[in-house]
Design a protein around this ligand. Structure first.
Ligand code: HEC
Length: 128
């Protein structure tokens, strides 16, 4: 019995090795999925024109595409909480005044809870 276990253990090691699991970091990096969000094509113009647009764009796209922002519809209070959340949770540099108000007003005005001109997400429609 002891002898059989030793063989079984040896077999497992060989099987694991020959399964070709990428163990060196370089192989793993190469097989990681390429970054595919559309951040590369993002520019301030993807958001409706308005005071504070550029400030908003540059404050936010360092970390993610504007898509995350554009698909929202929030009240000013919710946007304000989102700004705090980005800072507290994700390490966004705290927006100082007057930029914070500028960005907040832009977001609340442009991506408020009211139905906007762009088609709403079908999921959101169902919730309303
Ligand atoms: C330092 C990095 C960073 C910056 C700068 C940043 N965010 Fe984010 N944000 C994140 C991360 C990370 C997520 C993804 C978290 C998640 O999936 O819930 C996120 C998610 C979001 C979401 C989606 C939340 C949800 O519930 O799906 C919104 C809205 C958002 N950010 C708004 C903003 C706005 C507006 C700005 C600019 C004022 C901004 N973010 C700047 C890191 C950042």
């Amino acid at each position: 019995m002891a002898r059989w276990s030793a063989w079984a253990a040896a077999f497992c090691v060989v099987a694991a090795l020959s399964a070709g699991l990428p163990t060196d970091p370089e192989t793993r990096a190469a097989s990681a999925p390429a970054k595919t969000d559309e951040a590369d094509e993002d520019s301030p113009e993807v958001m409706p024109e308005g005071q504070g647009r550029d400030e908003t764009f540059y404050a936010c796209v360092g970390c993610h595409s504007t898509m995350l922002i554009r698909r929202q519809g929030m009240t000013e209070a919710q946007w304000s909480a989102t700004l705090d959340f980005m800072t507290e949770r994700h390490g966004m540099p705290k927006l100082e005044e007057p930029d914070r108000t500028l960005v907040l007003n832009y977001l609340a005005r442009t991506y408020g809870p009211k139905p906007s001109t762009r088609p709403a997400s079908p999921f959101l429609q169902k919730l309303n």
